[in-house]
Write a protein that binds this ligand. Sequence first.
Ligand code: SF4
Length: 388
Amino acid sequence: MTAVNLLDFDLDGLAAYCATLGEKRFRAVQLMRWIHQRGEADFDRMSDLAKSLRAKLAGVAEVRALPVISEHRSADGTVKWLFDVGAGNAIETVFIPEDDRGTLCVSSQAGCAVGCRFCSTGHQGFSRNLSTGEILAQLWHAEHSLRRAGVSRPGPDPRVITNVVMMGMGEPLQNYAAVIPALRVMLDDHAYGLSRRRVTVSTSGMVAKIDTLREECPVALAVSLHAPDDALRDELVPLNRKDGLAALLQACKRYLERAPRDFITFEYCMLDGVNDSDAQARALLELVSARGPAGRVPCKFNLIPFNPFPQSGLKRSPMARVQAFAQVLMDGGLVTTVRKTRGDDIDAACGQLAGEVQDRTRVQERLVRLPLPRVGASGRGAAAQQRG
Ligand code: SF4
């Protein structure tokens, strides 16, 4: 019999499991604290658990860590883990330390079915959804291995990871059922106790699921936009063909009614000659203004220098172009940041390490054959991003 993985449960799930063992809810709270706050996996060392409960758990339950294939540490403090999730699949998790925060970028799927044109993960195709336990095992391992390695933050709070972004491999809203309990554990005061503002789901724009997330677990939302018009976004983010930009922006507006932040973050990957012209920046301003299809959408833009990978056929916009593009957005009144490239010495672009493990589907060949409109060639523009 396979042991039950306690990382698969949020508090209600753990309480329900404890009930099957004849145990009260407060035992679930104790377990939650030992596992997630203290990083303990050995029931025998959970000293305030009743001996009878430890005996019941032995052999039928476990805290199932993911095997680590590799751990790369960048000179800038970025740490990237490659985890084995079986059947030749690997996922990536990245820790990014900054002065005021420690951010963990977590994967939600092995591969991704969305197939964004500029994304290394998208080029590898889709293998499977991760379980809640596999999503949380990334956070569990990162938090506690960093602590054991002596990484700390100023002040008495022992937590190294202060922010989680679901921006690694996969489209989190395509794995909704597993992601929601994982989010709840991240937010739970008996586990990681992160505020809703510090947990971000990043989506390529699944409109119906954005509405569901708004009802069930409204955390911060980032949307991978990458293009100012449907023609270009259809090419770069194929999911766009289903709903289109107008419906996506309307969903963003609805989300803001319950979001913990009063803006949506739009991610925009800067691709040389594809989506980086001043005219495209002005089109973005128009898109999120009162004259746009959803009216004014309170937002900020995060411009991401494209991290080239061999099969993409795309180039990073020159930094001067990125800055000029940002200036147009800022002159139009939008808060705009340019993401610093981190961990260049360890292949920080999401999907690059896992892509070296395998390419399951030949999707790479299909994607590199897709033509992209060029700036000036069609009179509109073009765009893209990569995750991670
Ligand atoms: S950018 Fe995100 S949604 Fe698009 S292919 Fe990559 S992982 Fe999937």
